[in-house]
Ligand binder design. Structure first.
Ligand code: SF4
Length: 353
């Protein structure tokens, strides 16, 4: 297969001042190009109407402007929208728009597949295929924003969105591209998003958390623990489980304290596996008095692996143990239960034919 050209959208905002990119054009042309690519999210060269045609042609010969083609769009009865995008090398990734009370949340993929092998996750089943580039991550944002602009969510009215790195892949396993995409999102000359609107969700591998602490990007952190004791965590999440619960929590706490924002612990509730009150007590003992809140997420049924969400009474009992220990714990129903909204399901179903 022919090698794709470099992706223009992978450049961070300051890189648009590079003389090599400008190729003799004045500096303000670099500003205009950056605005089209990042601030305006242009998906076609023809839109860049204020750039000289000859320069546009030279740019188009050297760079790719887009990397994603829409393959499927599913809309749930609860408003969740799921997208499958084909990449230039033919593989596919998913992104989701989740309606929230006052805004939409964009759930982005960071890798094709994933190496973390979590038992409850459809993405894990094919292993890691490759990392996404920053431009491939950012283009998901622009494509979802375009969809939202064309078809606004009825209750939300506006077009405001938050971003969570919670789709396919482990974001901290592709840190360079994720760090560059965070910079593009939050830079005043990029997408100019508040850091409060961006959240990295991780399964908590030690090396990844250490990179995050060192880089201090100032965005929110969600840690998915899976289990409150090490043996159970290793069974459920074999690769991130090499980092003990205590280590993962300590590193997430350090990041939370450095950032001055509480971190979130995401806890997937699986019937007969992660839903007993003994585990809730162990989790509470790890988190009590520390800067965390907990999101309890009943499993999105995968249909063919025998795992299922718990009954409501068990979910409430689990929550009560945490709240009795003084920990804020919220039940988050994952959207799109009538579509393939759990991470990796749509891609997997396409791959299965
Ligand atoms: S849950 Fe996340 S980290 Fe675990 S395998 Fe799935 S995509 Fe990877």
């Amino acid at each position: 297969m022919e090698q794709p050209k470099p992706l223009l959208r992978s450049l961070v905002p300051v890189a648009f001042a590079d003389p090599e990119l400008l190729a003799g054009e004045p500096a303000y042309r670099g500003d205009q190009l950056r605005d089209w690519v990042h601030a305006k999210g242009a998906l076609a060269w023809e839109r860049m109407s204020n750039l000289p045609a000859a320069w546009r042609q030279r740019l188009a010969a050297a760079w790719d402007l887009t990397a994603l083609a829409s393959v499927a769009r599913q809309v749930s009865t609860d408003g969740t929208r799921k997208f499958l995008f084909r990449l230039r090398d033919g593989d596919t990734v998913e992104s989701v728009i989740i309606p929230m009370e006052n805004h939409a949340t964009f759930c982005l993929s960071t890798q094709v597949g994933c190496a973390m092998a979590c038992r409850f996750c459809a993405t894990a089943r094919g292993g890691l295929v490759r990392n996404l580039e920053a431009g491939e991550i950012i283009e998901q944002v622009h494509r979802l924003a375009a969809d939202l602009a064309a078809d606004p969510l009825p209750e939300q009215g506006g077009r405001a969105f938050n971003v969570v790195f919670m789709g396919m892949g482990e974001p901290l396993d592709n840190w360079d591209a994720v760090a560059a995409s965070v910079e593009i999102m939050t830079h005043p000359l990029g997408l100019a998003m508040s850091r409060r609107r961006v959240q990295i969700s991780t399964s908590g591998p030690r090396e990844g958390l250490e990179k995050l602490i060192a880089a201090a990007p100032g965005v929110g952190l969600t840690l998915s623990l899976g289990a409150a004791d090490d043996a159970a965590r290793r069974r459920l999440m074999p690769v991130p489980g090499r980092t003990t619960v205590a280590e993962a929590v300590a590193l997430a706490e350090r990041y939370a304290r450095d950032t001055g924002r509480r971190a979130t612990v995401a806890w997937v509730l699986i019937a007969g596996s992660t839903d007993d009150t003994e585990q809730a007590r162990r989790l509470a003992s790890q988190l009590a008095g520390r800067p965390f809140k907990v999101n309890l997420i009943p499993l999105n049924e995968l249909r063919d692996d025998g795992l299922a969400p718990p009954a409501e009474a068990r979910i409430l009992a689990f929550q009560k143990v945490l709240t009795d220990a003084g920990i804020d714990a919220f039940i988050r129903l994952s959207g799109g239960r009538d579509i393939d909204a759990a991470c990796g399901q749509l891609r997997r179903r396409r791959a299965d034919g």
